[in-house]
Design a protein around this ligand. Structure first.
Ligand code: PAF
Length: 283
């Protein structure tokens, strides 16, 4: 695996492959890699000739009171995992390489739909930071395909919409959620969960599953289901951020006759904010 810290270095190396007609796959990450990330790399390995991964803890997508400074940075371990997974190139830029003119005056990519709701409602500016850095990374890597995890469902939907709206020549592939044996969705932030909280946090997934079962059984009063789902989380001792029944494509509140529905949830433990989702197709 070759490692680059500069835009120009990575560009030069990839130009050779692009001119040779090789298919370039890209997995953007913020590091602290778990099996879910590695599955994305392996998926890219299957469909692409060249696999590029990035590790960059993007300050632009963190709010002022969020965990940018304490976000786990595990570079050496991450490099080993990426090598084992068959990654060809790692891009690991410094902040000043990505934002040479500083954050305040950085040009931004705004995707007005879907970004003010759900995670966007409690993390103002978060998706603007994501769409901006992903656009920059796409411009640097110029991948044929980029792979994103379904666990960050809203992020995936926003990026798909951005790519469509801005005619970006990159194919977006979704990768399944990777889960711990008890069902907890893998996340770099799971390390913030305490030992005492750990057995109980699966309530988030279980609440989404319960709502999905009710819908499959014919229940269509979605707001009642949302309230009941949130109650389950509260009863387990956690604070719900949101639990919604949404249209899978638009992320608007689901209509009674929608066929593709995604139930999305976010909750707070003492030190973490956990998200999860579950999609169902109705006949
Ligand atoms: O999902 C993430 O880890 C980040 O939001 C991403 C896509 C790497 C952009 O910083």
């Amino acid at each position: 695996m070759r490692i680059f810290h500069t835009v120009s270095g990575l560009r030069d190396a990839l130009t050779v492959h692009r001119r040779g007609g090789l298919r370039i796959g890209f997995v953007p990450t913020m590091g602290n890699l778990h099996d879910g990330h590695i599955a994305l790399v392996k998926q890219a390995r299957e469909t692409c000739d060249i696999v590029v991964c990035s590790i960059f803890v993007n300050a632009l997508q963190f709010g002022l009171n969020e965990d940018w400074d304490k976000y786990p940075r595990t570079y050496e371990t991450d490099c080993g995992k990426l090598r084992d997974a068959g990654c060809d190139y790692l891009f690991h830029p410094e902040d000043r390489e990505m934002y040479p003119n500083g954050l305040d005056t950085q040009s931004r990519v705004i995707c007005p739909t879907m970004t003010d709701v759900l995670c966007g409602a409690s993390r103002p500016g978060h998706f603007e930071g994501v769409t901006t850095v992903v656009t920059k990374l796409f411009n640097i890597v110029q991948p044929d395909e980029a792979i994103f995890g379904i666990k960050d469902y809203q992020q995936l939907a926003v990026i798909r919409r951005m790519v469509e709206d801005l005619c970006m020549p990159v194919e977006i592939t979704a990768a399944e959620i990777h889960r711990e044996p008890d069902g907890l969705a893998m996340s770099s932030r799971n390390s913030y969960i305490t030992a005492e909280e750990r057995p109980k946090v699966v309530v988030l997934k279980q609440s989404l599953e319960w709502v999905a079962e009710q819908i499959k059984a014919g229940q269509r009063n979605f707001s009642e289901l949302e309230t009941a789902g949130k109650r389950r989380i509260t009863e387990a001792g956690f604070k719900t951020d949101y639990l919604t029944v949404s249209n899978s494509k638009t992320l608007n509140p689901a209509a009674e006759d929608d066929k593709e529905i995604t139930i999305l949830g976010a909750m707070y433990t003492g030190g973490a904010r956990l998200i999860d989702n579950l999609s169902i197709k109705l006949k």
